[in-house]
Design a protein around this ligand. Structure first.
Ligand SMILES: [Mg+2]
Ligand SMILES: [Zn+2]
Length: 182
């Protein structure tokens, strides 16, 4: 069977407004262009979410709170016939030095083992340099969004010695760039 292509999506600042450790449904806010954009890609790609959720490790909210909030997103997308195959989250703090926090590639490795992904033709989309490093470490193409916290980190790439494949101002623009590769 041929390899599948994937879009590996950051969540906060990429799909939804990053409201700093949000977990309450009342703070949920989908970003513009997300539904329209994912619909344009869904015949070509499998969608996954990989998200660092140190708010759990910090005790700001529980794993159950995380799931309730995340399921709200999954359901809204589902109602639009958009399937997120699976959400992977790291609950740890940076100082825990775990194996699952982006930019470590554990979750992409798991996705690849289960779904046999063509990583070179897959994309990681996120609003933080660690998303870009994560995608680069896994051999994916990377899209850096200046939504969410993105604009604050734009000048960090040079000192980090990393470079996104593409930089975009919003989700729909990212989708249009991805479509140029089809
Ligand atoms: Mg983010
Ligand atoms: Zn972790």
């Amino acid at each position: 069977m041929g390899k599948k292509k994937a879009i590996i999506l950051d969540r906060d600042g990429t799909l939804i407004e990053d409201k700093n450790y949000a977990y309450k449904i009342e703070d949920f806010e989908l970003l513009p262009g997300v539904i329209e954009g994912l619909k344009l890609l869904q015949n070509e790609f499998l969608f996954f979410i990989v998200t660092n959720q140190s708010g759990i490790g910090r005790g700001y909210y529980t794993v159950e709170d995380f799931h309730r909030f995340n399921n709200h997103l999954i359901k809204i997308l589902k109602n639009e016939n958009i399937d997120i195959i699976k959400t992977y989250f790291c609950p740890h703090l940076r100082e825990d030095d775990c194996e699952c926090r982006k930019p470590k590639t554990k979750f992409i490795d798991i996705i690849n083992d289960e779904f046999n992904i063509d990583l070179n033709r897959s994309f990681v989309v996120g609003d933080h340099p660690s998303d870009i490093e994560f995608g680069m470490n896994a051999g994916c193409k990377t899209i850096f969004l200046t939504t969410g916290h993105g604009y604050k980190h734009l000048d960090e790439f040079e000192s980090l010695g990393i470079k996104p494949t593409i930089i975009c101002d919003n989700f729909l623009e990212a989708v249009k760039e991805i479509m140029k590769y089809l």
